[in-house]
Design a protein around this ligand. Structure first.
Ligand SMILES: N[C@@H](CCC(=O)N[C@@H](CS)C(=O)NCC(=O)O)C(=O)O
Length: 266
Protein backbone atom coordinates (compact mmCIF):
# COMPACT_ATOMS: atom_id res chain seq x y z
CA UNK A 1 0.00 0.00 0.00
CA UNK A 2 1.65 3.20 -1.18
CA UNK A 3 0.26 6.48 0.14
CA UNK A 4 1.86 9.73 -0.93
CA UNK A 5 0.59 13.04 0.33
CA UNK A 6 1.35 16.38 -1.33
CA UNK A 7 0.61 18.82 1.43
CA UNK A 8 1.73 21.76 3.51
CA UNK A 9 2.41 21.85 7.23
CA UNK A 10 0.07 24.75 8.09
CA UNK A 11 -2.60 24.37 5.40
CA UNK A 12 -6.00 23.68 6.93
CA UNK A 13 -7.02 21.38 4.07
CA UNK A 14 -3.82 19.37 4.45
CA UNK A 15 -4.33 19.20 8.21
CA UNK A 16 -7.78 17.65 7.67
CA UNK A 17 -6.30 14.84 5.63
CA UNK A 18 -3.38 14.28 8.00
CA UNK A 19 -5.83 13.99 10.92
CA UNK A 20 -7.80 11.34 9.02
CA UNK A 21 -4.60 9.42 8.28
CA UNK A 22 -3.58 9.67 11.93
CA UNK A 23 -7.00 8.50 13.12
CA UNK A 24 -6.56 5.52 10.79
CA UNK A 25 -3.02 5.03 12.13
CA UNK A 26 -1.58 5.20 8.62
CA UNK A 27 1.85 6.42 7.63
CA UNK A 28 2.41 8.26 4.36
CA UNK A 29 5.24 9.48 2.19
CA UNK A 30 5.35 13.23 2.59
CA UNK A 31 5.84 15.69 -0.28
CA UNK A 32 5.87 19.02 1.49
CA UNK A 33 5.05 22.01 -0.71
CA UNK A 34 6.17 25.52 0.16
CA UNK A 35 3.07 27.51 -0.75
CA UNK A 36 4.85 30.86 -0.40
CA UNK A 37 7.47 29.71 -2.92
CA UNK A 38 4.51 28.75 -5.17
CA UNK A 39 5.42 25.05 -5.39
CA UNK A 40 1.69 24.44 -5.95
CA UNK A 41 1.75 26.43 -9.18
CA UNK A 42 4.53 24.49 -10.93
CA UNK A 43 3.69 22.63 -14.13
CA UNK A 44 4.51 19.27 -12.52
CA UNK A 45 2.16 19.85 -9.61
CA UNK A 46 -0.59 21.27 -11.83
CA UNK A 47 -0.43 18.01 -13.79
CA UNK A 48 -1.31 16.23 -10.58
CA UNK A 49 -3.84 18.74 -9.29
CA UNK A 50 -5.04 21.25 -11.93
CA UNK A 51 -6.53 23.47 -9.19
CA UNK A 52 -3.02 24.28 -7.97
CA UNK A 53 -3.86 23.70 -4.31
CA UNK A 54 -2.92 21.21 -1.62
CA UNK A 55 -3.58 18.50 -0.59
CA UNK A 56 -3.33 15.77 -3.20
CA UNK A 57 -3.18 12.10 -2.31
CA UNK A 58 -1.57 9.51 -4.56
CA UNK A 59 -2.60 6.00 -3.64
CA UNK A 60 -1.01 3.21 -5.66
CA UNK A 61 -0.70 5.71 -8.55
CA UNK A 62 -4.33 6.86 -8.31
CA UNK A 63 -4.54 10.61 -7.88
CA UNK A 64 -7.18 11.97 -5.51
CA UNK A 65 -7.68 15.63 -4.68
CA UNK A 66 -10.14 17.83 -2.76
CA UNK A 67 -9.63 17.27 0.95
CA UNK A 68 -13.25 16.29 1.71
CA UNK A 69 -13.12 13.74 -1.11
CA UNK A 70 -9.75 12.42 0.07
CA UNK A 71 -11.10 12.01 3.61
CA UNK A 72 -14.05 9.92 2.41
CA UNK A 73 -11.74 7.92 0.13
CA UNK A 74 -9.49 7.14 3.10
CA UNK A 75 -12.50 6.10 5.15
CA UNK A 76 -13.53 3.76 2.30
CA UNK A 77 -10.16 2.11 1.84
CA UNK A 78 -9.37 1.91 5.57
CA UNK A 79 -12.65 0.87 7.20
CA UNK A 80 -11.03 0.29 10.60
CA UNK A 81 -11.64 3.18 13.00
CA UNK A 82 -14.61 4.41 10.91
CA UNK A 83 -15.16 8.15 10.68
CA UNK A 84 -18.63 8.04 9.08
CA UNK A 85 -21.64 6.91 11.03
CA UNK A 86 -23.49 3.80 9.89
CA UNK A 87 -26.65 5.77 10.62
CA UNK A 88 -27.74 7.48 7.35
CA UNK A 89 -29.06 10.55 9.15
CA UNK A 90 -25.85 11.12 11.10
CA UNK A 91 -23.88 10.59 7.91
CA UNK A 92 -26.00 13.27 6.22
CA UNK A 93 -25.26 15.65 9.11
CA UNK A 94 -21.54 15.00 8.72
CA UNK A 95 -21.70 15.72 4.99
CA UNK A 96 -23.70 18.90 5.55
CA UNK A 97 -20.99 20.21 7.88
CA UNK A 98 -18.15 19.27 5.56
CA UNK A 99 -19.93 20.88 2.59
CA UNK A 100 -19.98 24.21 4.42
CA UNK A 101 -16.20 24.39 4.29
CA UNK A 102 -16.18 24.53 0.48
CA UNK A 103 -19.19 26.84 0.51
CA UNK A 104 -17.62 29.67 2.46
CA UNK A 105 -15.92 28.66 5.69
CA UNK A 106 -12.59 27.77 4.10
CA UNK A 107 -12.46 31.00 2.07
CA UNK A 108 -13.47 32.98 5.18
CA UNK A 109 -10.72 31.38 7.24
CA UNK A 110 -8.17 32.03 4.48
CA UNK A 111 -9.25 35.68 4.32
CA UNK A 112 -9.10 36.16 8.07
CA UNK A 113 -5.64 34.53 8.20
CA UNK A 114 -4.28 36.55 5.27
CA UNK A 115 -5.68 39.88 6.44
CA UNK A 116 -4.39 39.49 9.98
CA UNK A 117 -1.07 37.73 9.51
CA UNK A 118 -0.09 35.96 6.29
CA UNK A 119 -0.12 39.16 4.20
CA UNK A 120 3.22 40.01 5.75
CA UNK A 121 4.75 36.86 4.29
CA UNK A 122 3.60 37.95 0.84
CA UNK A 123 4.78 41.53 1.14
CA UNK A 124 8.05 41.41 3.05
CA UNK A 125 11.23 41.27 1.00
CA UNK A 126 9.39 41.34 -2.34
CA UNK A 127 9.47 43.93 -5.09
CA UNK A 128 6.05 45.00 -6.34
CA UNK A 129 6.65 42.99 -9.54
CA UNK A 130 7.42 39.86 -7.53
CA UNK A 131 4.31 40.39 -5.41
CA UNK A 132 2.17 40.89 -8.51
CA UNK A 133 3.60 37.73 -10.04
CA UNK A 134 2.81 35.73 -6.89
CA UNK A 135 -0.77 36.97 -6.79
CA UNK A 136 -1.24 36.34 -10.51
CA UNK A 137 -0.34 32.70 -9.85
CA UNK A 138 -3.70 31.89 -8.24
CA UNK A 139 -5.54 29.55 -10.57
CA UNK A 140 -9.03 30.53 -9.38
CA UNK A 141 -9.80 34.13 -10.51
CA UNK A 142 -12.07 34.83 -7.54
CA UNK A 143 -9.41 33.70 -5.12
CA UNK A 144 -6.87 35.85 -6.96
CA UNK A 145 -9.06 38.94 -6.57
CA UNK A 146 -9.79 38.21 -2.91
CA UNK A 147 -6.19 37.46 -1.98
CA UNK A 148 -4.91 40.55 -3.82
CA UNK A 149 -7.15 42.83 -1.77
CA UNK A 150 -6.51 40.91 1.45
CA UNK A 151 -2.73 41.12 1.04
CA UNK A 152 -2.79 44.81 0.09
CA UNK A 153 -5.39 46.04 2.60
CA UNK A 154 -5.22 43.65 5.55
CA UNK A 155 -8.17 43.98 7.97
CA UNK A 156 -9.37 46.97 5.91
CA UNK A 157 -10.07 44.63 2.97
CA UNK A 158 -13.75 44.60 2.01
CA UNK A 159 -13.59 40.81 2.34
CA UNK A 160 -12.58 40.88 6.01
CA UNK A 161 -15.89 41.71 7.76
CA UNK A 162 -18.02 39.16 5.89
CA UNK A 163 -15.28 36.59 6.50
CA UNK A 164 -15.07 37.09 10.27
CA UNK A 165 -18.87 37.06 10.45
CA UNK A 166 -18.94 33.74 8.57
CA UNK A 167 -16.59 32.35 11.20
CA UNK A 168 -18.86 33.64 13.99
CA UNK A 169 -21.85 31.97 12.28
CA UNK A 170 -19.90 28.70 12.14
CA UNK A 171 -19.14 28.88 15.88
CA UNK A 172 -22.77 29.72 16.69
CA UNK A 173 -24.00 26.72 14.73
CA UNK A 174 -21.49 24.43 16.41
CA UNK A 175 -22.55 25.71 19.83
CA UNK A 176 -26.20 25.14 19.01
CA UNK A 177 -25.97 21.60 17.67
CA UNK A 178 -23.71 20.38 20.44
CA UNK A 179 -26.46 21.10 22.94
CA UNK A 180 -27.93 17.77 21.89
CA UNK A 181 -24.92 15.83 20.64
CA UNK A 182 -21.44 15.03 21.90
CA UNK A 183 -19.88 15.51 18.49
CA UNK A 184 -20.71 17.71 15.53
CA UNK A 185 -22.63 15.10 13.56
CA UNK A 186 -23.96 12.81 16.26
CA UNK A 187 -22.89 10.39 18.94
CA UNK A 188 -19.49 9.58 17.46
CA UNK A 189 -16.42 11.54 16.43
CA UNK A 190 -16.63 11.80 12.64
CA UNK A 191 -15.17 13.42 9.52
CA UNK A 192 -17.08 16.58 10.50
CA UNK A 193 -15.01 16.90 13.68
CA UNK A 194 -11.86 16.08 11.71
CA UNK A 195 -12.63 18.73 9.10
CA UNK A 196 -13.37 21.57 11.53
CA UNK A 197 -10.44 20.95 13.87
CA UNK A 198 -7.94 22.88 11.69
CA UNK A 199 -10.24 25.90 11.41
CA UNK A 200 -10.69 26.25 15.16
CA UNK A 201 -6.98 25.69 15.64
CA UNK A 202 -6.38 28.58 13.24
CA UNK A 203 -8.51 30.83 15.47
CA UNK A 204 -6.40 29.81 18.46
CA UNK A 205 -3.20 30.58 16.53
CA UNK A 206 -4.60 33.97 15.48
CA UNK A 207 -5.40 34.74 19.15
CA UNK A 208 -9.11 34.81 18.40
CA UNK A 209 -10.08 31.96 20.73
CA UNK A 210 -11.72 34.54 23.00
CA UNK A 211 -14.61 33.70 20.65
CA UNK A 212 -14.87 30.36 22.48
CA UNK A 213 -15.42 32.04 25.87
CA UNK A 214 -19.13 32.63 25.36
CA UNK A 215 -19.52 29.26 23.61
CA UNK A 216 -18.77 26.61 26.24
CA UNK A 217 -19.70 23.63 24.07
CA UNK A 218 -17.33 24.77 21.36
CA UNK A 219 -14.60 25.26 23.98
CA UNK A 220 -15.23 21.79 25.38
CA UNK A 221 -15.28 20.25 21.89
CA UNK A 222 -11.97 21.91 21.03
CA UNK A 223 -10.42 20.60 24.22
CA UNK A 224 -11.57 17.07 23.32
CA UNK A 225 -10.40 17.11 19.69
CA UNK A 226 -7.05 18.62 20.58
CA UNK A 227 -6.48 15.96 23.21
CA UNK A 228 -6.87 13.11 20.74
CA UNK A 229 -3.60 11.39 19.80
CA UNK A 230 -4.24 12.30 16.14
CA UNK A 231 -3.89 16.00 17.01
CA UNK A 232 -0.31 15.57 18.14
CA UNK A 233 0.62 13.44 15.12
CA UNK A 234 -1.20 15.39 12.41
CA UNK A 235 -1.24 18.94 13.72
CA UNK A 236 1.29 19.75 16.46
CA UNK A 237 4.15 17.80 14.97
CA UNK A 238 3.86 19.85 11.79
CA UNK A 239 3.38 23.32 13.26
CA UNK A 240 5.72 25.85 11.69
CA UNK A 241 7.05 28.01 14.54
CA UNK A 242 7.63 31.05 12.31
CA UNK A 243 4.00 30.94 11.22
CA UNK A 244 2.85 30.58 14.83
CA UNK A 245 4.92 33.58 15.92
CA UNK A 246 3.59 35.71 13.07
CA UNK A 247 -0.02 34.79 13.82
CA UNK A 248 0.44 35.35 17.53
CA UNK A 249 1.96 38.81 17.09
CA UNK A 250 -0.49 40.18 14.53
CA UNK A 251 -3.45 38.36 16.03
CA UNK A 252 -2.85 40.02 19.40
CA UNK A 253 -2.37 43.42 17.71
CA UNK A 254 -5.75 43.11 15.99
CA UNK A 255 -7.83 41.64 18.82
CA UNK A 256 -9.43 44.90 19.94
CA UNK A 257 -10.29 45.88 16.41
CA UNK A 258 -11.83 42.51 15.62
CA UNK A 259 -13.91 42.54 18.82
CA UNK A 260 -15.21 45.95 17.77
CA UNK A 261 -16.10 44.78 14.24
CA UNK A 262 -17.97 41.77 15.59
CA UNK A 263 -19.87 43.66 18.25
CA UNK A 264 -20.78 46.42 15.76
CA UNK A 265 -22.25 43.93 13.30
CA UNK A 266 -24.01 42.01 15.99
N1 LIG B 1 -11.32 22.71 -1.77
C1 LIG B 1 -9.92 22.45 -1.69
C2 LIG B 1 -9.23 23.69 -1.22
C3 LIG B 1 -7.72 23.52 -1.17
C4 LIG B 1 -6.99 24.83 -0.82
O1 LIG B 1 -7.51 25.93 -0.98
N2 LIG B 1 -5.75 24.64 -0.31
C5 LIG B 1 -4.95 25.78 0.09
C6 LIG B 1 -4.25 25.50 1.40
S1 LIG B 1 -5.41 25.16 2.70
C7 LIG B 1 -3.88 26.05 -0.95
O2 LIG B 1 -3.31 25.14 -1.52
N3 LIG B 1 -3.58 27.35 -1.19
C8 LIG B 1 -2.55 27.76 -2.05
C9 LIG B 1 -3.03 28.43 -3.30
O3 LIG B 1 -4.27 28.63 -3.47
O4 LIG B 1 -2.20 28.80 -4.12
C10 LIG B 1 -9.68 21.26 -0.77
O5 LIG B 1 -10.48 21.08 0.17
O6 LIG B 1 -8.73 20.49 -0.97
Amino acid sequence: MNLELYHNSMSTCSQKVRITLAEKKKEFTSHHLNLRARDQHTADYLNLNPNGVVPTLVHNSLVIYESAVIDEYLDDIFPDFPLRSSDPYEKSLMRRWVKQLDEGVHAASATVSACIAFRYQFIEGKTSEELEQTLRGYVDPEKRKRMTENVMEGVDSSFFKPAIMRIVKMLNEMELVMKNRDWMAGREYSLADVAFTPYLTRLVHLQQDWLFDSRPRVADWFERVSNRPSYEVAMQKWFNLDFLALMEQHGADNCKRIRKIISAIG
